[in-house]
Ligand binder design. Structure first.
Ligand code: SF4
Length: 324
C-alpha cells in the first residue's frame, strides 16, 4: 500500500441547526461530524464504519461538496477543496465521484443508460458522439453488464444491475477518488459480494484510484479495505490497518461491533459484548468520552475527560483512557 497522503481531513465539523418555535430559532445543533481529522493515502481503500447516524455519510458527502462543513479543512492534492469555486470546483467534482446507497434515486428514470453515459462522456470528457457510444459499451462491459443493455431505462434493471450502472457512470469520468456511500447496503447478500468484487476488480484496473468505502457493516468493510476507521457519534474512535483492527481491536466500541459478527472466518470466536442503551443524540453529545453511556468499562474519568487518539501499536490509533 502506498502511504502518500492524497486527502487530509483536518478538524472537520459539520453541524446542522435544530430549529424550534414559531420563529424557527436555532436552539441547538446536531453535531453530525465533530472535529474529525483523517489522512487518506493515495491508492488505498479506507473503510469508514459505524452505526447509522455516526457521521460517516456526512463525511463522504462533505468530501464531494454535497454538505458544507461548519469548520475545518479538506485538503485534496494540496488544495483546500472547501474554498474552490467555479471551474476549479467543477474540475474537482469530476475527480471525486460518489456512488450512493440507492442507485434508483441517483439515476435519471427518463434517460436510457446509453444517453446517460454518452452525455457524461461528451459533455464532461469532451468525446464526440461516436467515441462516447464506443466508450459506453466498454464501460458497461467493465461493470459486468452486456453492452446490449444500453437502450434500457433504470427501471428495467435489477437492484444490483442498477448499482453497476451507477458505478459505470462514476468511472466514466475517470475519477481519482471514489466515495462508496453504503453502496452495497440495500442489496441482497449474494449481490453485495458481486458488487464488492466488481469494485475490487476496478481497483486493480485503475490502480491509482482511492476509495472511501462507507458502510455500517464491519464484515463488508473487511473484504475491501486496506485500513478501517471506526466512527462513533461524530468522531473517529479507532483507525488501523484492516488485519490489525480485526485481530486486535483496541476501542471497546470496536470490540463490541466485532463481537456481534457471528463468524469471522479464520478468527477465534469472541465473547459477545452487549452494549447498553441506544446511541445518544448527536444534538446532545455526552460529556467526557462520548461512548461512556454505553461502555462496559466506563470509569469516573470517562464521564468528564474526553480521550484523545493515541497510537497503541504502529499505525494503530484509538481514543480510550484504558490504553497505555
Ligand atoms: Fe469506555 Fe472510558 Fe474508554 Fe470511553 S474512555 S471507551 S468510556 S473505557
Amino acid at each position: 500500500m502506498q502511504n502518500n497522503v492524497v486527502c487530509s481531513i483536518e478538524n472537520l465539523k459539520v453541524y446542522f441547526p435544530i430549529k424550534a418555535g414559531l420563529a424557527q430559532r436555532t436552539v441547538g445543533h446536531i453535531k453530525a461530524v465533530d472535529d474529525v481529522s483523517l489522512a487518506i493515502h493515495g491508492g488505498e481503500t479506507l473503510g469508514l464504519v459505524g452505526e447509522s447516524g455516526c457521521g460517516k455519510t456526512t463525511i463522504g458527502r462533505a468530501l464531494v461538496r454535497l454538505n458544507e462543513p461548519t469548520a475545518g479543512k479538506i485538503i485534496y492534492n494540496g488544495q483546500n477543496i472547501l474554498e474552490l469555486k467555479g471551474d476549479e470546483l467543477r474540475d474537482l467534482r469530476r475527480k471525486l465521484q460518489i456512488v450512493f446507497q440507492d442507485p434508483y434515486s441517483s439515476l435519471n428514470p427518463r434517460q436510457t443508460v446509453r444517453r446517460m453515459l454518452s452525455e457524461v462522456l461528451t459533455v464532461q470528457m469532451g468525446m464526440d458522439q461516436k467515441q462516447a457510444l464506443e466508450r459506453t459499451g466498454e464501460l458497461l462491459a467493465q461493470v459486468g453488464l452486456s453492452p446490449a443493455y444500453a437502450p434500457r431505462y433504470p427501471h428495467e434493471f435489477s437492484g444490483g444491475q442498477r448499482q453497476r450502472v451507477a458505478i459505470a457512470r462514476a468511472i466514466a469520468l475517470q475519477p481519482e477518488f471514489l466515495v462508496c456511500d453504503e453502496a452495497v447496503s440495500a442489496l441482497d447478500v449474494s449481490i453485495q459480494s458481486q458488487i464488492i468484487n466488481l469494485l475490487m476488480d476496478l481497483k486493480e484496473h485503475y490502480t491509482d484510484m482511492t476509495y472511501l468505502f462507507i458502510s455500517h457493516a464491519l464484515n463488508v468493510v473487511e473484504h475491501i479495505s486496506d485500513r478501517v476507521a471506526v466512527m462513533y457519534l461524530g468522531r473517529v474512535v479507532e483507525l488501523s490497518e484492516t488485519e490489525e483492527l480485526f485481530g486486535h481491536p483496541a476501542h471497546p466500541y470496536t470490540q463490541a461491533l466485532l463481537s456481534a459478527i457471528p463468524m469471522l472466518a479464520g478468527r477465534e470466536e469472541r465473547e459477545p459484548i452487549v452494549l447498553k442503551g441506544e446511541v445518544p443524540s448527536a444534538g446532545n453529545v455526552p460529556p467526557g468520552c462520548r461512548f461512556h453511556t454505553r461502555c462496559p468499562y466506563a470509569t469516573e474519568r470517562c464521564r468528564t475527560e474526553e480521550p484523545q487518539m493515541r497510537e497503541c501499536a504502529p499505525g494503530h490509533f484509538a481514543a480510550c483512557h484504558l490504553l497505555k
